[in-house]
Design a protein around this ligand. Sequence first.
Ligand code: HAM
Length: 417
Amino acid sequence: MAIKAVKGTRDILAPEIRNWTKYEEMARKLFRRYGFEEIRTPIFEYSEVFSRGIGEDTDIVNKEMYTFTDRKGRSITLRPENTASVVRSYIEHRMDLQARVKRLFYIGPMFRYERPQKGRYRQFYQTGAEVFGSSHPFVDADTIEMVVRLLRDMGLTGLRVDINSVGCRECRPNYRKALQDFLSGHREVLCEDCKRRMDSNPLRVLDCKVPGCKTVVTDAPSIQDYLCEGCQGHQGQVFQFLDTLDVAYSLEPGLVRGLDYYTRTVFEVISEGLGAQNAILGGGRYDNLVKELGGRDVPAFGWALGMDRLMMVLGNRKLYTEEPTFYVLPIGNDLKYAVATVATLKNAGYHAVVLAEANSLKSGLKQINKAGGRFAILAGESEKEKSVLILRDMGNSVQREIPVGDLLKEIENEIAK
Ligand code: HAM
């Protein structure tokens, strides 16, 4: 039996892949405009990077990591996200000494053992941005505005920015206690996971998708009522800067995130059209993570965008412009004339291929039709003798002879038609 791709993974093929590469090009350009440098960290890390980084009692660490022991018995994990890896790298390379504020971005695959469904894969792709070294609320707003611009530049509309604060070490314990008190009154109706989470990590209950738990938390106390002065002030300023930058947002007091490292600002961008997995991106501030992973006390802010979901939202819309490929048919055994013709085309920046394996005009044209080609160029021996080429429009099968020296001028006219 033929072997298939592993469940939850897939091949990204043409023409879809063209949107991916064009998007990546647009993203890279935008990042540079905002002062970000690319970083590529390894796809696997010591498991500790993620268990300590993301938090022991999160779904990602508990259930979703691809972890294995290598030949020397060390525990290794395929990255389920990249923030913890980037922090590991930031500390390892003492990037804190390189610049007061360090802005990094990445594009690449992540791995989570989740139940595959629409918009959810086991290997998926993220674009991410991380800013280290500033606790200023402007950084939160500016980094959010950057991704809103990226989405807008791609022509996306109908997106919503949800934002909240998860407090800090000062105020979150008070909220946690209030939430625990509230949840203990509803213990019986919570799912098994939430009964456990209630004690270990009660904020996770707010994020539970089980209907019974969702109903309970609609009446839960709001973290907004428990924020300390510092967190309130920070949030107020983030809102002001978002207004200044013309970014629309809505305060969602129930928004917590699936990872434990956040402090203060958390946010998500939602696309209503996506169904249950409707978050295109998410992120927030994580002022304690660098220190927790062994670095200095460096505040940070970042987000990661799910590229698979972004491509779903884009649907059939093309980010790229379609450029025709010229198929050059040698007709006969001597390829030299066809090869020279293709070289002229390629040198001028056109897409061109020699159909060396087409052993007759008929089979060549069939091959071009199958590939959806718009133009054929016949470059056989008789054309060579007359120093001409035959340019054929595959759409209407009209063909005409052109002097070889006029090739570029003639195809320019054809394309413009
Ligand atoms: P996250 O919310 O776990 O955050 O993931 C960010 C985005 O990745 C999601 O909004 C979603 O679009 C996409 N995503 C997550 N899991 C899957 C999946 N199984 N299949 C397809 N897409 C998926 C983070 O990863 C944080 N590191 C974000 C961050 C960066 N926070 C601070 N800096």
